[in-house]
Write a protein that binds this ligand. Structure first.
Ligand SMILES: [Zn+2]
Length: 132
């Protein structure tokens, strides 16, 4: 069971250090894709640079889902679409008490779905308390 994330990640969380999440920038035209595309949707090039997706983003919309499928050890979850400063819109889990459209969030990566011997990592967006 996951605890509420604090500003300073406790050392105990280091054992499951989450991998960074990447977007993929077309080397030819600069269009940013997420998730990975094999062919650029703008110019057709197949060469991409990896761009780490992290930092602040804005909540575009969100929903709360009940009756989750097997593998989610919670009664309900919030999912949101966020916009990064580079314009990319990405979906992920929200770990926010009262989501508000337009609020600033901070990107984190964590286990989004627990599996037997295989946890799945994904975006978990948390409240950006650094702005207060
Ligand atoms: Zn391109």
């Amino acid at each position: 069971m996951r605890e509420t994330m604090s500003e300073t990640m406790p050392a105990a969380d280091a054992k499951c250090a989450a991998p960074p999440m990447y977007a993929f920038r077309c080397e030819a035209c600069g269009e940013i894709h997420y998730p990975r595309h094999y062919v650029c949707k703008t110019c057709g090039s197949q060469d991409f640079d990896e761009v780490v997706l992290d930092g602040a983003c804005l909540l575009e919309t969100w929903t709360r889902v009940f009756n989750l499928p097997e593998g989610y050890m919670k009664p309900s979850l919030c999912f949101g679409m966020v916009r990064f400063p580079n314009g990319l819109v990405v979906a992920g889990q929200l770990d926010v008490e009262e989501p508000r459209i337009g609020m600033e969030l901070q990107t984190s990566v964590g286990v989004i779905k627990e599996g037997i011997g295989q946890d799945n990592y994904g975006f978990i967006f948390i409240e950006n308390n650094m702005k207060e």
